[in-house]
Design a protein around this ligand. Structure first.
Ligand code: EPU
Length: 422
């Protein structure tokens, strides 16, 4: 297992290119399965979750060529609608095969995904959605077995206790493209990754309206064609580098960024005193000398994303004053709190909120990553901490950040990756 070593105190300067969005790539790769023709997906980040996705596509019988940031999928010979536990357990996002397998084969057997360190992650909305489209669903020895001769369009309300569901919407949207008749998904997720999936499906010949709104309408078609598509930039990776620049009093320019997808984040950062200017499609990040604490509540898009909550908390740890960070998507997503406190931060948990008393500095320490975004927050904290920080269990970061260490090195950070000796 590898670890990341950081000597804190370097100011980040220079240019970084944002990779393609992991959370758009995963459902888009699954959606390619809806056609019997080949598709070519570009700007796919080289991260562990994508490698897992490619393994799954191959295990289902598709021919896949993966080279750099391009994945070519030929699903014509695929026969297997069964997705085994071994693969599902390594990546919860693989649930997004449920809709495509069901629509393509009239049946799907996908292992029920287990819990996860960021809290319970139910899939009742996915199941409600495909049942509404006419599928029979049963649980069999830990597998979800879904069957439908031909799915039929329906009006589906897809909201749960914590609002809309990103992959739930993706699953129903994908299945509905091949259903007979019209489907309306109410309380659909508005996240840019769902819009990107929808745009890919439209390129495949799907008839979809209302993408990006809480009501998506789909008119089913008999078949979809293959398509070439380029994935949107990763707004969460972009936000992570914006926060890294702000934390290190840096001057970083981000290429391949779409600021429109970061509205709530930029608004909070502006209130804190971070200045972001756009020129020729690039964003330059600078900051005021003294930042102000800001309070943040995570919400479904266009609200502040849960996937940047931990990174924002790392920033607030070094802004003198009190900020309150409330998690409304995954109320238990606070595994980073105790690790940040080990680095000298002062954070108290109060229900679903973290009360951060910002201090002038953090101190480097060995810390343990618990999930992807928590790990990113620990790296950010390490960049400004006094002395050396060791972040272990780096595989979490590998799941979602392409070349994190090299990108930060290019910006001047003193950071390296090493084999962990046990
Ligand atoms: N929920 C239900 N029932 C369901 C599905 C979800 O109650 O059937 C709840 C969840 O427990 C949660 C809320 O609804 O409280 C939102 O969950 P959602 O379904 O939107 O999450 P997801 O689709 O499983 C995606 C991203 C996550 C990101 C969330 C929220 C992918 C592969 N994953 O997960 O990304 O946090 O949306 O934006 O797209 C990450 O990249 O680090 C990550 C965890």
């Amino acid at each position: 297992m590898d670890k990341i070593l950081i000597e804190g105190g370097r100011r980040l300067e220079g240019t970084v290119t944002v990779s393609g969005a992991k959370n758009a790539s995963l459902p888009i790769l699954a959606a390619a399965f809806l056609s019997k023709e080949p598709s070519v997906i570009k700007n796919v980040p080289q991260v562990a979750d994508v490698f897992t996705m490619v393994k799954i596509l191959k295990s289902l019988g598709a021919r896949v060529q993966h080279s750099g940031n391009t994945v070519e999928i030929d699903p014509s010979g695929a026969r297997n609608p069964v997705l085994p536990y071994k693969l599902v357990s390594t990546m919860r996002g693989s649930i997004c095969f449920l809709g495509p397998l069901l629509a393509r084969f009239g049946m799907a057997e996908v292992s029920f995904p287990g819990g996860c360190v960021i809290g319970p992650r139910p899939i009742d909305l996915h199941i409600k959605g495909i049942k509404s489209l006419g599928a029979e669903v049963r649980l069999d020895h830990g597998n979800i077995v879904a069957k439908a001769r031909r799915l039929r369009g329906a009006r589906i309300y897809l909201g749960g206790a914590f609002g809309s569901s990103v992959l739930g919407t993706a699953n129903v949207l994908m299945a509905a493209t091949l259903a007979r008749g019209r489907t309306v998904i109410d309380n659909a997720a508005c996240e840019p990754e769902v819009v990107d999936l929808g745009n890919f499906l439209k390129k495949m010949g799907a008839r979809i309206e209302g993408l990006g709104s809480p009501s998506i309408e789909v008119e089913g078609v008999k078949r979809l064609n293959g398509a070439a598509y380029s994935v949107i930039p990763d707004r969460i990776e972009a936000g992570t580098y914006v926060i890294a620049s702000a934390m290190t009093k840096g001057d970083v320019t981000l290429k391949n960024i779409n600021l429109n997808m970061l509205g709530a984040v930029l608004d909070k950062l502006k209130d804190a005193g971070v200045l972001i200017t756009e020129k020729n499609g690039h964003a330059r990040v600078r900051r005021r000398k003294v930042l102000r604490p800001v309070s943040v509540t995570t919400l479904p898009y266009p609200g502040f994303p849960t996937d940047l909550q931990a990174q924002m908390m790392a920033l607030m740890c070094i802004v003198p004053g009190i900020s309150v960070i409330t998690e409304k998507i995954y109320p238990e997503r606070f595994m980073h709190v105790s690790e940040l406190n080990r680095m000298g931060a002062s954070i108290m948990l109060e229900g679903h909120s973290a009360i951060v008393s910002g201090l002038k500095k953090l101190s480097g320490a060995p810390v343990m990553a618990s999930d992807l975004r928590a790990s990113a927050a620990l790296v950010l904290a390490g960049l400004v901490a006094e002395g050396r920080t060791e972040v272990s269990r780096v595989y979490h970061l590998d799941r979602g950040y392409e070349n994190l260490v090299a990108k930060l090195q290019n910006l001047g950070a003193k950071i390296k990756r090493e084999k962990e000796v046990r």
